[in-house]
Design a protein around this ligand. Sequence first.
Ligand code: ADP
Ligand code: ZN
Length: 754
Amino acid sequence: LFGDDSTPWEQDDAQTGLVASIVMSTGPEKSFDYLVPDELVGEILPGRRVYVPLGRSNRRVMAYCVAVERKEYGRRKLKYVLSALDQQTLLSSQMLQMTQWMAEYYLASWGQVLDAVIPAAVRGNAGTREVTLLSVPREVAVRIATIKLPEKQHHVLTTLAASSKPMTPGDLADKCRCTQAPITGLRKKKLIESEVRRVSHAHFDEIDIEREVAKTLNEAQSSALKTILAQVSDPQPKPILLHGVTGSGKTEVYIQAIEHVIDQGKQAIVLVPEISLTPQTKQRFASRFDRIAVLHSHMSDVERHWQWKRIASGIVNVVVGARSAVFAPTPQLGMIILDEEHDTSFKQDSMPRYHAREVAAKRAEYEKVPLILGTATPSLETYYRAQEGQYALIPMPHRIGNRPLPAVRTVDMRYDKTASFRGAISRQLYQSMKRTLELDGQIILLLNRRGHSTHIQCPACGHLVECPHCEIPLTHHITDGSTVCHYCDYRSSAPRVCPEPTCRYSGIRFSGIGTQKLEQEVKSKFGSYPIIRMDSDTMKKPGSHEAALERFRSQEVKILVGTQMIAKGLDFPNVTLVGVINADTALHFPDVRAGERTFQLITQVAGRTGRGDLGGEVLVQTLSPDHPAIEAATRHDYALFAERELPFRRDFQMTPFAHMVRIIARGPTQPAVELFMQQVSEELTRFAQEQGGDISQQGPAPAPIEKLRGNYRYHLLLHSFDRLLMRAAVLRCREKVAVPDDVLWIADVDPIDM
Ligand code: ADP
Ligand code: ZN
C-alpha cells in the first residue's frame, strides 16, 4: 500500500531537519528547538540573535541561538525561526560555553547571562543606522548598452554601473542631479538591486601618547615571565598566582607577557578594579601598546558599541577594563590578566551575581589560555588553589631595587587617653606627621567611614538617631548640616535637640568619626599644610578623582585623607607616612572574611609608602593590636596570616574548603519575610535529608543590615562540600516554596558580603 515496507509512524519518528536551539532572555529557563527554514541557512548561527514565534498566539520574541544542528527531532511539530537579528556572530563557541557554565554555577538562566555578557549598547546597535545601498547586477551591467530606457533612467543606470562602490539612493540622486523617481523606476524593473546594511556613524580617537621602552627585568621578574611563558606554550595552561608584594614590579611582568601574546597575533584582556581604572593605569598600558581599548563604566552607549566592534574585529591588541571586560569579544584570546585579584569589586552584586575571577578562570580554561592573578594579598580561595597545585605560584617577595617594605607599627588606642589628644589622631601619629611634614614628605591617612560624625545620640535618654527606612545610625555631614543614611541616602537636617518627644534634651551628642571630621582635625592641627579629602562625597563629579590625585602627585598637597578608595594602586614616591585611623572598622563586621579584609586593607594601604628612596613608615591605630590579622599585617607576613586563617575556615566549613550560598529575602512586613525564610530553611533541611547529603545552615536570621530602604531583610547562609547538592537544594526551594507577593528572594553563590 505505501510502496515500501516502513509504516507511516516510523517515517514520522524519523523526521530530521536543521534544528536551532533557542534561549530566551526572559521567561522559561530551558532551551527550545526551532527549525531553520532553507532561506535562512547560514544566517541562523550559534551566538546570534533571532526572532521566533512563541506560544499559541505566535507572538514574535527575540531570543539567542545557542546551537544549530542537523538532527532527528522525532514526531514533535517544530515551529520555524522567523528571521535573524544579527548579521554578525555575537558570541564565539567558547563564550557560549562560558555563559552556559555561568548560568549553571550562579543559578541564573542562560538568557539572563547572555543579556549581561553582551552589552545593551551592542544589542541596541547604538551609534549605527541602516542604509540602503544600490548597485547594478552583473548580468545587467554587461548588456547595459542594449537596454532601452528613458534618458534619465539610462543616465542613472550608467552612473551607478560606473561607480566602484554601491551608493545610497540619496548620493546617487545627487550625483545624477535627478529626483528619486528614475531610481525607483529602475528598482521596479529590477535593473538596480538594493541591500540594507548597518553602518556605524561613530568614531573615536585612538589613545595617542608617548611611547615608553621596556624595562630590563630583574631576576624575580625574569623568572616570573619564564613561568608565564611556559604556560602560554602549554596546550593545557594553568592559572598562575603572581603573589608579589606592592612595588615588586608585577605590572612590568604583565606587559612583557602581553608582548609575547601580541607577537603570536593574539589579544590580551587586563582586568583591574574599577577604582584603579585611572589615567595612570591607561597610560601605563597605552605607552607600551598600540591599539588598546579601555572599557570603563561611564562610556556612552555609542562608544561602548564602537569599542566592542573594534575588539570583535581583532584590531585591538589589549583590552583594559573593570569586571565586565572579562566578556570582551576578542577573536583570538591569548591571555587574561586580573590585577589585584583579591578586590571585591570583581564581584557583581546584581543578577547574574558572578565573580570576574571565577568567570575569567572558566574562560581561560575553555579558550586554553593562561590566566594571571596578580596581588600582594591573595584571596584565600586563590592562595589555597595555588597551595593545592591547581594554580602555578610565582612569589615575588621583594620590592624593585630591594627597597625595604615600610615598617608597620600598631598604636594601641586603648591606652591613648591623653586629654590633650582627644580626637582621632593619636600622639604617636601626630608626632610622625609633624616629622614627615618637616622633612617635606607626604602623608596618606585612611579612614573607612565618610561623613562627619557617625553617631548621633542623646546622652540623657540614650536615643540613637537612625534612618527610618534602614535602622542604621545616621551620619552627620557638616557641609550642608544634614544627616544622611549611607545605605539608602535618606537625608534630614541634623537635630538640635533629642527627637524623642518625652526627652527633648538640648545637649544631643555627635560622636564617632568620619573623613569629614578627620579632615577638620588635621586642619586644626596642621593648618598651614594643604590637605585633600577623597571619598565618595568629594569625588562625585567625573574627573574629580584624577584632579585630586594630580594635585597630590605634584606635591602641591601634602596630606591626603580618604576612604579605601585611596588604598589601592597609587604610586607616589614621596609618600613616607601612612596612617590607618581605625583598623577595627572592618574587623568587627559579622563576615567570614573580616580578618582577610583587614589584613588586605592594612597591607594595601601600607604599600602606598616607601616607594621612593625616602623609605616609609605606617602607623596602624587599633583597639585590637593582638588580633591575628592585624599582627600578621604589621609583619608583612601573608603566609602567617593564611596559616592561622585556613584551619579556622576548614573547621567551620567555609570558603575555600566548602561552597557557600547566601539566601536573602526582603519585604515590607517583617513576619512575612521571617516566615518565608523559615519555610525555605525547612525545605532545604528536608531536601538534604532525602538526598542523604550534608548542607549546613547558619540562620535564618535578620541580615546585618536588617532594614534597608523600607524592606526587612533576612538571610540564611548555606555551607556544603557538595556544590551540586546545594545547587539542587536551592532549585528545589524555587520550585516548592510559595513566595508571598511582596517578598523577593535571591540566592548569592560564593557571597562576599555577609
Ligand atoms: P606592583 O605592580 O608590583 O605594585 P609596579 O609594577 O608598580 O609594582 O612597579 C613598581 C615600580 O618599579 C614602578 O615605578 C615601576 O616603573 C618600577 N619598575 C618595575 N620594574 C622595574 C625594573 N625592572 N627596573 C626598574 N624599575 C622597575
Ligand atoms: Zn536608610
